[in-house]
Write a protein that binds this ligand. Sequence first.
Ligand code: PEP
Ligand code: MG
Length: 325
Amino acid sequence: RKEQLQLLASVDAVTKDGYHLRLAGNISSVKDLEQVMKYGAHGVGLFRTEFLYMDRPTFPTEEEQYDVYRQIVEKAGGYPVVIRTLDIGGDKQLEYFALPEEENPVLGYRGIRISLDSNELFKTQLTALLRASAHGHVKILFPMISSLEEFRGAKRILEEAKLDLAVRGLPFRSDIEAGIMIEVPAAAAIADLLAKEADFFSIGTNDLVQYVLAVDRMNEKIAHMYHPFHPAVLRLLRQTVSAAKDEGIPVSVCGELAGDERALPIWFHLGVDSLSMSPQALLRVKHRVLNSTLKEGQEEGKLCFRLTTSEEIERELSGFLGKDP
Ligand code: PEP
Ligand code: MG
């Protein structure tokens, strides 16, 4: 079975009725990228850059970051690489950067909130990313955005980094795309406003589900309440995708749900452009796409939006996949 799946590495994810769904990989290192390419992904939909900052005594320098970003971009063979800026805080800590003790770290000082508060740190990362953009197709993704002001603030620092590089005479793509992670419910609620200023959206279902259902994604005690197919989640997904479509920007999904074959009808129905998932999920999802039709998938997805509970939706999608829920 594993060998059979491996044969799919070199084919594209196309439905039986000819619809192409772009599949990309989520990575945290150069090693992950090699796996993703081995499985035939079309680039990287989410590069979590935290690992570059972890297990070391100090912040990585611009040069150190540039070196890693460039390697990844070059190995991606011309496909786009979406690099997410540092998303620490919450459950991720750095030994050399003391964060305050917090009552609710997941609702606390994390992601873009830290970056916007530490301009030099942020600008160093953006400068390294910009330099890597001279070697391939780099896109920048900002995590934990909850307002227009935050996105504008991030883009302001990006512009400063471009100016600095121009002064230094180093090459970069000045038209580099800047996108927003839709993972805070507020961002989904104002997706129409954000879509007017962003170049693309990437939906982070891991945090989106946690925040909209108020269910800690790490808490075993309430793990049974963590429902990615909750109607509230589906409505936010629909609102986000339709806002992106109205503004003509691409929208991809990069949370764990992207690697769950049961969710494919939802993506077909909403018209999501691409999915980004862990390397291990790629061939499984591709196999399912190859055995699907867009038409039947869309009908199934549409049906799910008429159901009223997580349980019904999960049962319906599992049945459609031909599996027990
Ligand atoms: C997400 O929140 O869905 C996501 C992809 O980011 P992370 O899992 O790194 O929080
Ligand atoms: Mg997240």
